[in-house]
Design a protein around this ligand. Structure first.
Ligand code: ZN
Length: 240
């Protein structure tokens, strides 16, 4: 049994390579971009409403997402590309174009920010970083400079495949910022938002070094499968 993505439920845009990308289903939480039930009047998801969120407002003001990230679904092209890009940098240009669409069409307010940055990735010795490739490509498209200033304070291991609690603990206060960013408004770009722990700790480091405001921008907002099935109604069960 698997899940099929229902394209008709979301807005989409066609990339310059002809691929149609499904965008974030509406409505979504105005703080963490998690798709929510249309009947919810607060504009917030359950977690944000109850304060159980990494989007703490003091450090990380808000998270913007181009789409959802659905790990085991058929037909969600962007999720597949996000996964493949970790090992194949030829996907960086296409993914950067999706973020360009997010910053120019979906969330034009992002154009007024001063700089882009990205969370530290992989081990300290890792040479190629797919996220850095995506952010540099995006920077050239939207003319906002990249600051490569975040690093791991310890060599914590990947957030990939960890549980929610484990992710939050794994990265807590483990990210540092190497430069003063006094009074700057900064966008931290990541591929997937799961708990938001990486973005929150990146934001904390930037705020400590003087950033006036920090927001997150991700390709895919990882959402609970049951949630996408029952409330957002953007996937349906299919037999393999
Ligand atoms: Zn939320």
């Amino acid at each position: 049994m698997g899940y099929q993505f229902i394209k008709g439920r979301c807005d989409s845009f066609t990339r310059s390579d002809g691929v149609t990308i499904s965008l974030l289903p509406k409505p979504y939480c105005e703080r963490c971009a998690d798709p929510i039930r249309p009947s919810i009047s607060t504009g917030l998801c359950y977690n944000c409403y109850n304060g159980n969120t990494q989007v703490d407002l003091a450090n990380l003001s808000k998270v913007y997402a181009a789409s959802v990230y659905v790990s085991h679904s058929i037909g969600h092209i962007l999720s597949g590309e996000i996964k493949k890009c970790k090992h194949d940098l030829s996907y960086t240009g296409g993914l950067a174009e999706v973020l360009e669409h997010a910053t120019t069409v979906m969330y034009p307010e992002l154009n007024s920010y001063d700089a882009l940055t990205f969370p530290p990735r992989g081990s300290k010795t890792e040479k190629e970083n797919h996220l850095e490739g995506i952010v540099n490509n995006l920077s050239a498209r939207i003319e906002i400079e990249v600051m490569d200033i975040l690093s791991k304070l310890t060599d914590y291991s990947s957030q990939w495949k960890r549980s929610r609690e484990n992710r939050i603990e794994n990265v807590k206060d483990q990210i540092g910022c190497s430069e003063y960013v006094t009074d700057r408004r900064i966008i931290v770009v990541d591929d997937v938002f799961t708990t938001g722990a990486t973005l929150l700790n990146s934001a904390k480091a930037l705020r400590k070094m003087g950033a006036r405001e920090v927001v997150g921008l991700v390709l895919g907002r990882a959402a609970d499968t049951e949630h996408l099935l029952k409330y957002a109604e953007v996937i349906e069960k299919v037999e393999d």
